[in-house]
Design a protein around this ligand. Structure first.
Ligand code: NAD
Length: 368
């Protein structure tokens, strides 16, 4: 791999290779852009087939976090860490403490959280060695499960889309088809039910379906039927790449707005949705509620403040729709524009010397 070419392509700032023979740690910390603030992003543990694959994943995910934080109005940059290994076999206390020490050496340029293959227990080991951690369990001073906040953000984004398409932001009597009733999907159904929406749902787990049918009067369909159900909003809350060449012709919704990451199989599918007259709420904007909530820990966690910030996802989606119209581009492209415009605006500020060169950093550190 020509690593510097890769870094130059999207202007990555820094990549740190962490190696600890004794604990078996082989990890990569990728920092994409810290114009807006320290790079925050989860740690993923995965049995990558090659080092190239691990580096590529870390870089891709770190860049995604830059866009997500910027479009969500957070004063954070984008970063991500990956640990090479099998999360079922290769974990140990020493390995995660070793990673924690590496994170500490970055002095706050990178703040870690949980991601695929990492448990709250692993986070607690990291936390022994560094304070640059968010998303710990409530009992360890963290903000706990982000899923209810992610679901709340999805509802706000959905509201903005419904307003655009139907002229009113009310979700009452709107039909929403929810694919996946796990952590986010369940809370999403609860909130939509409270708003008077009609629910069509599916999951691979029968118990998850039965619970939502029982509690919220949802109509259950088979997993292979959900995408073709006539509805106002399709909410993918399970897998990525659900909007692809095969599924597109079958869609019978007016809006796609859910929590799943990487909803579009390829970028061009955003354009294809727009051509079919379907409004797409870009995934990394509408599902940012969990990130917004966890980021609040950096200022001393306050649930009310975090909730208010999550509610602003509706404004972000409205702004994206406006950019989409202004530039004549699909909403997935407009989301990137929103993020890049914010980074450009902040980096173009006059560089006035404020007299406290280390003030910002020490203030942040105090709250960690
Ligand atoms: P989860 O694992 O708790 O739930 C996913 C659910 O989808 C499971 O119940 C699973 O059985 C179901 N499922 C899987 N394949 C399916 C299929 N083909 N058809 C129907 N159901 C299927 O995950 P989650 O935390 O609820 O996250 C859901 C999605 O939202 C994921 O894509 C995740 O990356 C994304 N996301 C989650 C959060 C969060 O706060 N949890 C934040 C941002 C993005």
């Amino acid at each position: 791999m020509h690593i510097f070419e890769k870094l130059a392509e999207y202007r990555y700032e820094q990549v740190v290779f962490c190696h600890d023979e004794a604990t078996g740690l082989r990890a990569i910390i990728a920092i994409h852009d810290t114009t807006l603030g320290p790079a925050l992003g989860g740690c993923r543990m995965w049995p990558y087939r090659s080092e190239d694959e691990a580096v590529t994943d870390a870089l891709r995910l770190a860049r995604g976090m830059t866009y997500k934080a910027a479009a969500s109005g957070l004063n954070l940059g984008g970063g991500k860490s990956v640990v090479i290994g099998d999360p079922h076999k290769d974990k140990s206390e020493a390995l995660f403490r070793s990673l924690g020490r590496y994170i500490e050496t970055l002095g706050g340029r990178y703040i870690v959280a949980e991601d695929v293959g990492i448990s709250t227990g692993d986070i607690h080991h990291i936390q022994v060695e560094t304070s640059y951690v968010v998303g710990a369990d409530v009992s360890y001073g963290g903000s706990g499960d982000p899923s209810p906040f992610t679901a709340l953000g999805v509802v706000q984004g959905m509201r903005a889309c419904v307003e655009e398409v139907f002229g009113t932001a009310s979700l009452e009597d709107r039909t929403v088809a929810v694919q996946g009733l796990g952590h986010v999907g369940y809370h999403l159904c609860r909130l939509l039910h409270d708003e008077g929406a009609r629910l069509i749902v599916t999951d691979l787990e029968a118990a998850a379906v039965q619970r939502v049918v029982r509690e919220f009067g949802a109509k259950a369909v088979e997993p292979d039927e959900i995408l073709a159900m006539p509805c106002d909003v399709l909410a993918p809350c399970a897998l990525g790449a659900v909007i692809n060449d095969e599924t597109l012709p079958r869609l019978r919704c007016r809006i796609v707005a859910g929590s799943a990451n990487n909803v579009l199989d390829e970028t061009r599918h955003g354009e294809a949705l727009a051509e079919r007259g379907i409004l797409y709420a870009p995934d990394y904007v509408i599902n940012a509620g969990g990130l917004i909530n966890v980021a609040d820990e950096l200022e001393g966690y306050n649930e009310r403040r975090a909730t208010k910030r999550v509610m602003r996802i509706a404004d972000s989606v409205r702004r994206i729709i406006a950019i989409s119209k202004r530039d004549g581009v699909p909403t997935n492209v407009a989301a990137d524009t929103l993020a890049l415009e914010r980074i450009a605006a902040i980096s173009s500020m006059e560089r006035l010397h404020t007299g406290h060169p280390y003030g910002q950093l020490s203030r942040r550190r105090e709250t960690l």
